[in-house]
Design a protein around this ligand. Structure first.
Ligand code: PMP
Length: 428
């Protein structure tokens, strides 16, 4: 494939934008080479500026669960834009999407919309601190909750990809309030709670992790967290920015039958426009301004175009009884096909999967936490990534990211992907 135009556009972008990108993982730094500049996308495919077509497994890092340029979403945005793009006043559509989200997700009474997953998680933690009157939080190594200061401590995703899971610029005073636990290790959580009695406001977790590759929780892990939180008056915050409206209508709370106290959303809830949200029971949400004293706001929060996109998305998901089964079936098919192809060429690997999230770790043994995820063979990952790209398959350009399948993927696309895996595996 030729990437001439992408290369030229990247050089130009580098002159004016740090690293040529507005979010680090896009730069291909972890895998080398020139980032692909997208020109358009439709259904399961992304088309680049050089006219190449890719079967897309990042789905804009999660939001495009129904495929790109999904017509009801596009039409809703176009129609809404004609009435003006922002008012800074309340609108009816905000209530419509809020009502639908509250109906779809268990255990929440109220939801507040923001502009990104980062804002959702940042605000959720502030609310937890305000509600409990405690400062400390527990976070898990390798989990990513956006780029606000409290979370850039042993963070996953781009932070670890670029070797800065603890970012300069985060003060010691902020970092000391973020206590680090080990994913899937309940004892690590117990130890922290015992050592910081009555000081912990919340435990925040990706209930199915996607930012160290895909790592599902071990059986009972989430339940054990719930029990610990109840025993110590700690709030349990599920960061469902990736998993919300992707793994089930009601997210991981529904899938695993465990209630969280605050839930964060992003990605799918905005249908590809900049949206995040956090939600909880009334008892907690009434601490939020203007009802309570925990402050949070936003000039563009609840933006009409974003709400129109999100509403069209959620309405489609709410009505489609088979969506999550279809996605899980496709993901299982891909899993089996990839495993067969990699085994045929004796490539050591571990595949983790939950619903439509999946990742291939080039390692042996279980991948259950950040330490085991980091054992992956990075050189092999780079070769695999570029091999697949050359075959017209766009995978996340970092070993610490989950793939996101979308419903527009056909079994022909999956077969083509598996065939590409087999071809690339023969060269590894
Ligand atoms: N939480 C999780 C679990 C995420 O995966 C992400 C982004 N990948 C975020 C929070 C931050 O969301 P955003 O990039 O929209 O700020």
């Amino acid at each position: 494939m030729l990437y001439q135009r992408s290369s030229a556009l990247f050089k130009e972008a580098e002159k004016y934008i740090p690293g040529g990108v507005n979010s680090p993982v896009r730069a291909f730094k972890a895998v080398g080479g020139t980032p692909i500049f997208a020109k358009s996308a439709k259904g399961a495919y992304v088309f680049d500026e050089d006219g190449n077509r890719y079967i897309d497994y990042i789905s804009s890092w999660g939001p495009m669960i129904l495929g790109h340029a999904f017509e009801p979403v596009v039409n809703a945005v176009i129609a809404k834009a004609k009435d003006g793009t922002s008012y800074g006043m309340p609108t009816e559509i905000e209530t419509k999407i809020a009502k639908l989200a509250v109906e779809m997700v268990p255990n929440i009474d109220k939801i507040r919309f923001v502009n990104s997953g980062t804002e959702a998680c940042m605000s959720a933690v502030r609310l937890a601190r305000g509600f409990t009157d405690r400062d400390k939080i527990i976070k898990f190594a390798g989990c990513y909750h956006g780029h606000s200061d409290s979370f850039l401590i042993e963070a996953g995703s781009g932070a670890v990809t670029f070797g800065s899971p603890n970012s300069p610029g985060v003060t010691q005073n902020t970092a000391k309030d973020t206590l680090m636990a080990i994913y899937n290790d309940i004892d690590s959580v117990k130890t922290l709670i015992e050592a910081n009695a009555n000081e912990i406001s919340c435990i925040i977790i990706e209930p199915v992790a996607g930012n160290m590759g895909c790592i599902p929780p071990k059986k009972n892990f989430l339940k054990q967290l719930r029990t610990l939180c109840d025993a110590h008056n700690i709030l349990l915050v599920f960061d469902e920015v990736m998993t919300g409206f992707r793994l089930a209508k009601g997210g991981v709370q529904e899938l695993y039958g465990v209630n969280a106290d605050i839930v964060c959303f992003g990605k799918v809830i905005g249908g590809g426009l900049p949206v995040g949200a956090f939600a909880a029971r009334d008892e907690i949400m009434q601490h939020l301004a203007p009802l309570g004293s925990v402050y949070q706001g936003g000039t563009l929060s609840g933006n009409p175009l974003a709400m129109a996109a999100g509403l069209a998305m959620l309405e489609t998901i709410a009505e489609d009884q088979e969506l999550f089964k279809r996605l899980a079936d496709k993901t299982e098919y891909l899993h089996k096909g990839c495993a067969k192809a990699l085994n045929k060429h004796k490539i050591p690997h571990v595949i983790n999967r939950e619903g439509s999230m999946i990742s291939i770790h080039f390692t042996i043994g279980e991948v259950v936490d950040f330490k085991t995820a980091a054992l992956g063979n990075n050189e092999r990952f780079k070769q695999f990534f570029h091999g697949m790209l050359a075959e017209g398959v766009y995978l996340p350009p970092s070993a610490f990211e989950s793939y996101f399948l979308n419903d527009a993927l056909s079994y022909e696309d999956l077969d083509a992907t598996i065939k590409a895996v087999e071809k690339v595996a023969s060269t590894l």
